[in-house]
Design a protein around this ligand. Structure first.
Ligand code: NAI
Length: 339
């Protein structure tokens, strides 16, 4: 009797395992900058994601501790910490998604562009390694200024001969997260039901929330829309000032980064109708990169969606943001080609 029981339970176990492997494929996610303010909570949130089977945590320092800590959480993925450039290749090898929150954050009085000199170099060297060790991975760029770091990444990949515009994403999800939160507060609707597309770029006036397309609909005054738009554009600065020298958004950014990576993984796994806003190569405007709604699929970007109907206020905002966004994109391209 005992042996029959054990046989049946072991075959059940096998059945469960087969089923689990078939329905949820193996996926490796690497976080570069994993010991930082964003990297640590992002590592935890990715550890909680059942779509991840391997989680590689890379930083120039402190990753063994973060990996040991996060690795004790009893969820699916196996966690490994990698520290220092000589371990970067191992961290990247076999990755399906690489999330990059490496670099320095803003302090009060700084714009995202002030970070350019340090972060551009970091992004360039990390992308050179991605081209070498996991050229097919989807890259989620968090490091600022996103308006320039995404074009830098594209240039690095082009030079290495690995560029696939479907696989490079500037993470603008935090702008969407903020727009949803602020809209729900003013429109007095349940925040979980809110959708607001945010287009353009990821800095100041280049962030253009489309509240005219927000759902559930609410009759907000023009003044309220103007205030909501400004608060979304200045959301990062609101956090930088409140943190008073101790950095920029980390917890809400980790949440937003985890949401976007989850959408990428779902797309890779063939889940239909996964749509998120992201700063990608685009023909939606005359600029080579632009944030708008993107449909995610098995190869990354499946399609870049149009902006849809804009209000006069949004049309004005779009016109105003174009020169600044164009300059930031060109600055990134120039940096990549000059260094
Ligand atoms: P942090 O300074 O707390 O952490 C950055 C981490 O990057 C550190 O652990 C550091 O050791 C690591 N790092 C530096 N050089 C590296 C390299 N070459 N390779 C690997 N790791 C390296 O900064 P925080 O607050 O985590 O911010 C990170 C970046 O994210 C900043 O550029 C910040 O502006 C950006 N950010 C982007 C947002 C977005 O919406 N896309 C929102 C908030 C921040």
């Amino acid at each position: 009797v005992r042996s029959a029981v054990s046989r049946s339970s072991s075959s059940n176990h096998l059945l469960t395992r087969t089923f689990a492997t078939e329905s949820v494929p193996e996926r490796k996610v690497a976080v570069l900058g994993a010991a930082g303010g964003i990297g640590q909570p992002l590592a935890l949130l990715m550890k909680l994601n059942p779509l991840v089977s391997k989680l590689a945590l890379y930083d120039i320092g402190a990753t063994p501790g973060v990996a040991a800590d996060v690795g004790h959480v009893n969820t699916r993925s196996e966690v490994t910490g990698y520290m220092g450039e000589e371990q970067l290749g191992k961290a990247l090898e076999g990755s399906d998604v690489v999330i990059i929150p490496a670099g320095v954050p803003r302090k009060p009085g700084m714009t995202r562009d002030d970070l350019f000199n340090i972060n551009a170099g970091i992004v360039k060297s990390l992308c050179t390694a991605i081209a070498k060790y996991c050229p097919n991975a989807l890259v989620n760029m968090i490091s600022n200024p996103v308006n320039s770091t995404v074009p830098i990444a594209a240039e690095v990949f082009k030079k290495a001969g690995t560029y696939d515009e479907k696989k490079l994403f500037g993470v603008t999800t935090l702008d969407v997260v903020r727009a949803k939160t602020f809209y729900a507060g003013k429109a007095n609707v349940p925040v979980a039901e809110v959708n607001v597309p945010v287009v353009g770029g990821h800095a100041g006036i280049t962030i253009l929330p489309l509240f005219s397309q927000a759902t559930p609909k609410a009759n907000l005054t023009d003044d309220t829309i103007v205030a909501l738009t400004k608060r979304t554009q200045d959301g990062g600065t609101e956090v930088v000032e409140a943190k008073a020298g101790k950095g920029s958004a980390t917890l809400s950014m980790a949440y937003a980064g985890a949401l976007f990576a989850d959408a990428c993984l779902k797309g890779l796994n063939g889940v239909p109708d996964v749509v998120e806003c992201s700063f990608v190569q685009s023909t939606v405007t005359e600029l080579p990169f632009f944030a708008s709604k993107v449909k995610l699929g098995k190869n990354g970007v499946e399609s870049v969606l149009d902006l849809g109907p804009l209000s006069d206020f949004e049309k004005e905002g779009l016109e105003k943001l174009m020169p600044e966004l164009k300059a930031s994109i060109e600055k990134g391209i120039q940096f990549a080609n000059a260094n």
